[in-house]
Ligand binder design. Structure first.
Ligand SMILES: *[C@@H]1O[C@H](CO)[C@@H](O)[C@H](O)[C@H]1NC(C)=O
Ligand SMILES: *[C@@H]1O[C@H](CO)[C@@H](O)[C@H](O)[C@H]1NC(C)=O
Ligand SMILES: *[C@@H]1O[C@H](CO)[C@@H](O)[C@H](O)[C@H]1NC(C)=O
Ligand SMILES: *[C@@H]1O[C@H](CO)[C@@H](O)[C@H](O)[C@H]1NC(C)=O
Ligand SMILES: *[C@@H]1O[C@H](CO)[C@@H](O)[C@H](O)[C@H]1NC(C)=O
Ligand SMILES: *[C@@H]1O[C@H](CO)[C@@H](O)[C@H](O)[C@H]1NC(C)=O
Length: 553
């Protein structure tokens, strides 16, 4: 019994065959044929910490009628994965179209333009191609990772908008059982009572609609990115959404225990929720917990309520897009930066390589392609009320089971908008400003006849999604969730195919950015069919013959 071979050091080459010879890329050609009259606009909706707990992804409990309605006119990717399950590294990765090993951002503490390479971003590329590019809410992660400016002025036509009420997210605005205000994890609020009488995502929706109204009469096409904050912690949402999820209807995670065969390096101790006052009061043991069962139900209730609240914001935004007659010439992409564990494997956070934290919703609406163009006076996205018990669930317009990666967003949006798709990156590509490490997913969005085959399956056996996560030590410690670059000692490189997830945790030198694939600290292997939740690590039992050819160097 010997473990499977580790991926080769140039693991990123797997699945990517030919390198493109010439990297001199003529921007002028991209601008051609994209005059203001026929160019498609882009609305990119990025949600924070949203796993695919949505009706359109088969969730029977969560009420998300507006996102489901978007899905009903979109192509939905069932198996989409983030490249690193933490905000700043994931966002910088998909917004530049490069993997974390190229942005060299595994923490929150550097700006890629000065740290790794002067990489172009998706909005920057659209801006350089004549688009008005606009950022509302959390698109880039704030702080040094976007130079304290959301990468302005490079990415945006004018300074990004941030909702003023964002500053109260972590303050004492949650009414506790003692009647006093606390900085809690669970924070259902009466919106009339909170500071400014509003919440960040409501403000972002209002600002986005204001911008859309302006764009209606603008000569240039627009690229509008709207970044919603919920369901990121704290769960601060209008309290009426709790009613959608009576506690007695809330189940626990199907696998709430820390799995026996889990290498300690794979586990992360979810320190951030422990800092909240209501969780602190529970005196939960570090690093493994557990959280008392009734509180587990409450966390899940508040996450789902936050998702339904988010859904109403998406509903208002899309309904406004419709009212402005912009749905016939606007591409809509909807995704999230990564998932979140709600008790699965005994964890309550992102920060891992499991599917539960790396898998994200991803869907694209392309006018006239993924759905027929709206008729005169017809609305594609009328607002759906999640409290209306008669609102029926809607099936996706089409879904793709191929494994895809968020790093593919850049080439896909460029292609869909009719801009030239940036060339594949050479390895290394630190000196190349404009290239792509992901794939153009357009072939999934237009090449087949939806009428004939609404559940197009593609060829999933050919696709692979890569993710990675850094650790400071072999066992969980205070900074295992979010190690700073200098403290990273181990990198978990993970491959997901349609059949399995395979992860190796190897030595990593943060000064040289070098992974040592001869220095294996631990491994994980889970087969999707027999162990979809990834609870039974069979790395030690596996033999070479069990694994498909693609893993071998
Ligand atoms: C980085 O790219 C931006 C946008 O293209 C450009 O304005 C800037 O001069 C570049 N910086 C360097 C150091 O090349
Ligand atoms: C980052 O922001 C600072 C302060 O505004 C500015 O001086 C600097 O040029 C920016 N860095 C880059 C690479 O643009
Ligand atoms: C809660 O569960 C009961 C029993 O299954 C069901 O009748 C009820 O509709 C559920 N309530 C909600 C709000 O989903
Ligand atoms: C796998 O093997 C390693 C090295 O012998 C050991 O430390 C680890 O506990 C084993 N894991 C399981 C799940 O048996
Ligand atoms: C918290 O838990 C520890 C160990 O589980 C125990 O020793 C301590 O008394 C507890 N503190 C409170 C305030 O309950
Ligand atoms: C890689 O790890 C192996 C095994 O621990 C070790 O012998 C070797 O020196 C390491 N290589 C580097 C470059 O650190």
């Amino acid at each position: 019994m010997s473990p499977p071979p580790p991926p080769p050091p140039d693991w990123r080459l797997l699945g990517f065959s030919l390198l493109v010879g010439s990297f001199c890329f003529a921007l002028e050609s991209a601008a051609q044929g994209n005059s203001a009259t026929d160019a498609l606009n882009v609305l990119l909706i990025i949600v924070d910490d949203l796993r695919p707990s949505l009706g359109c992804y088969g969730d029977k409990l969560v009420r998300s009628p507006n996102i489901d309605q978007l899905a009903s006119h979109s192509i939905l990717f069932q198996n989409a994965f983030a490249q690193q399950a933490v905000c700043a590294p994931s966002r910088v990765s998909f917004l530049t179209g490069r993997r974390p090993d190229t942005t060299r951002l595994y923490d929150f503490n550097s700006y890629w333009r000065v740290h790794s390479g002067n990489f172009s971003t998706i909005p920057q590329y659209f801006k350089e191609n004549g688009y008005m590019t606009m950022s509302v809410g959390k698109v880039f992660h704030p702080g040094i990772s976007s130079n304290h400016s959301d990468d302005s002025p490079y990415s945006w036509s004018f300074p990004p908008y941030h909702p003023s009420s964002e500053k109260y997210e972590n303050t004492k605005t949650c009414r506790g059982q003692d009647g006093k205000l606390h900085a809690n994890l669970l924070c259902p609020v009466d919106v009339a009572d909170v500071p400014e009488g509003t919440l960040p995502d409501k403000q972002s929706t209002e600002e986005a609609i204001r911008l859309l109204e302006k764009m209606k009469i603008s000569a240039s096409p627009f690229f509008l990115a709207v970044g919603y904050h919920k369901p990121h912690i704290p769960f601060r949402y209008p309290k009426e959404f709790q009613k959608l999820y009576p506690l007695e209807n809330i189940t626990l995670a199907p696998d709430p225990q820390v799995p026996d065969g889990l290498p300690p390096v794979a586990y992360n101790p979810w320190m951030d929720i422990r800092e909240r006052e209501d969780v602190q009061a529970l005196n939960i043991s570090v690093p493994y917990g557990p959280i008392p069962v009734d509180f587990q139900r409450k966390i899940r209730q508040s996450y789902f309520a936050s998702v339904s609240y988010l859904d109403t914001q998406v509903g208002h935004l899309l309904s406004a897009l419709d009212d402005l007659h912009l749905t016939s010439n606007t591409i809509i992409a909807f995704t999230s930066d990564h998932g979140w564990a709600l008790g699965e494997h005994g964890e309550w956070a992102k920060y891992s390589n499991f599917d539960i934290t790396t898998r994200v919703p991803l869907m694209f609406y392309v006018p006239g392609k993924t759905a027929p163009l709206p008729g005169v006076g017809e609305k594609l996205f009328p607002y759906q009320d999640p409290f209306d018990p008669t609102s029926k669930s809607m099936d996706p317009g089409g879904h793709v089971t191929d494994l895809v990666e968020l790093v593919s967003l850049f080439p896909t949006l460029a292609g869909l908008a009719g801009l030239q798709v940036p060339p594949r990156c050479p390895i290394p590509s630190f000196h190349v400003e404009l290239c792509r490490e992901g794939q153009n997913l357009q072939r999934h969005l237009q090449l087949h006849d939806l009428e004939e085959d609404p559940h197009f399956l593609g060829n999933p056996r050919e696709s692979i999604a890569y993710s990675q996560y850094p650790r400071p030590a072999d066992s969980p410690q205070w900074n295992s969730d979010k190690p700073s670059l200098k403290d990273i000692k181990i990198m978990g490189y993970s491959i997901r195919t349609i059949d399995y997830r395979y992860t190796v945790w190897v030595g990593f030198n943060p000064a040289e950015f070098l992974a040592n694939f001869s220095d294996i600290h631990a491994g994980e292997l889970y087969f999707v069919d027999s162990d979809p939740l990834q609870d039974h690590n069979i790395y030690n039992d596996s033999q070479h013959g069990d694994l498909p050819h693609s893993l071998k160097p």
